[in-house]
Write a protein that binds this ligand. Structure first.
Ligand code: PBG
Length: 332
């Protein structure tokens, strides 16, 4: 039998490789880089409009003319991609603004591509910001969100974005078959190279609260539980992801992030396509609020959170922290 001393020397001296910063760097298992970040941007109509979002300090609603400067800043920081959310010019029952060829999102895509064609432009495809009831699909007379009737408008919306030059469309309505409907419509119109990032495992989460203020997209009655996933379920997320991959998703997503890291890992182990995680509005706002009170170190906690997404298996991180984190990483 080994003495305690022998045991320690032989196997348990894990601290040896933690002794210096360089040793730690050498054995670091995961990395974090601005290359992995996707920055969400809220776009509204008008000119020279930069409106702060109260519940998300540091985030703004921007008019299209302000986007070239915004993406220039992002490229300088090494952030490769943006995710665009439109704020409707008007709302109706059928989300007709969502499919307008000259709506605020197509305008934004063209403005960004003109300013810098290298920026990867991703667009959110969902109608909740465009319907007067605030649901993610077309609502039947009895109040139920009609799955199949919603597919057409989502496919048309994705087509409008592809025509304007989006690189990737990101369906987030959680309608069954939305990826297939979009893939077929894009292909029929010759947009075979436009990719799909599917919000595959999107939960009915209270962490979206601040976003709904930002996008003016809160449901006016009921909630999203009949189409978004139920938080107690994890296996079901794998099923959602597999069906999306079968329908043609190029990238899949788990959302929210922090409270769903187990789901990120399950999905990572189940499929080989790139996996994105959405570090959602409520997660951002919690960090900001605690930091504002001086209760936590924003930079350290922010980077630790982002690294956790990578450790759980995410390739890409959609985060409102993209700019700040890119700065923090320069200094680290
Ligand atoms: C649209 C959509 C939502 C978010 C992204 N796309 C809101 C929702 O589903 O209610 C949330 C993003 C965030 O909270 O940062 N359906």
């Amino acid at each position: 039998m080994l003495t305690r001393q022998q045991t320690l020397d032989a196997t348990y001296r894990l601290r040896r490789l933690r002794r210096t910063k360089t040793l730690r760097r050498m054995v670091q298992e995961n990395t974090l880089s601005p290359d992995d970040f996707i920055y969400p941007i809220f776009v509204h109509e008008g000119a020279n409009r930069r409106e702060p979002i109260a519940s998300m300090p540091g985030q703004f609603r921007l008019s299209v003319d302000l986007l070239p400067a915004e993406v220039e800043q992002l490229s300088a920081l090494g952030v490769p991609a943006v995710l665009l959310f439109g704020i409707a010019g008007y709302k109706d029952a059928h989300a007709s603004y969502a499919t307008q060829r000259n709506g605020v999102v197509p305008q934004a895509i063209r403005a960004i591509k003109r300013a810098n064609p290298e920026v990867v432009v991703i667009t959110d495809v969902c109608v909740c910001a465009y319907t007067e009831h605030g649901h993610c699909g077309i609502v039947r007379e009895d109040g139920y969100v009609d799955n199949d009737a919603s597919l057409n408008v989502l496919a048309e919306m994705a087509l409008a974005h592809a025509e304007a030059g989006a690189d990737i469309v990101a369906p987030s309505a959680m309608m069954d078959g939305q990826v297939q409907a979009i893939r077929e419509t894009l292909d029929e119109h010759g947009f075979t190279e436009t990719a799909i990032m599917a919000y595959s495992a999107k939960y009915a989460s209270a962490f979206y609260g601040p976003f709904r203020e930002a996008a003016d997209s809160a449901p006016q009655f009921g909630d999203r539980r009949s189409y978004q996933m139920d938080p107690p379920n994890a296996r079901e997320a794998v099923r959602e992801v597999i069906t999306d991959v079968e329908q043609g998703a190029d990238i899949v997503m788990v959302k929210p992030g922090l409270a769903y890291l187990d789901v990120v890992r399950l999905v990572r182990d189940a499929v080989d396509v790139p996996l994105a995680v959405y570090n959602v509005s409520g997660e951002y706002s919690m960090l900001k609020a605690a930091a504002e009170r001086g209760w936590i170190d924003e930079r350290a906690v922010g980077l630790e959170m982002l690294m956790a997404f990578r450790r759980a298996g995410a390739d890409l991180i959609i985060t409102y922290l993209a700019k700040e984190a890119a700065e923090w990483l320069k200094g680290s």
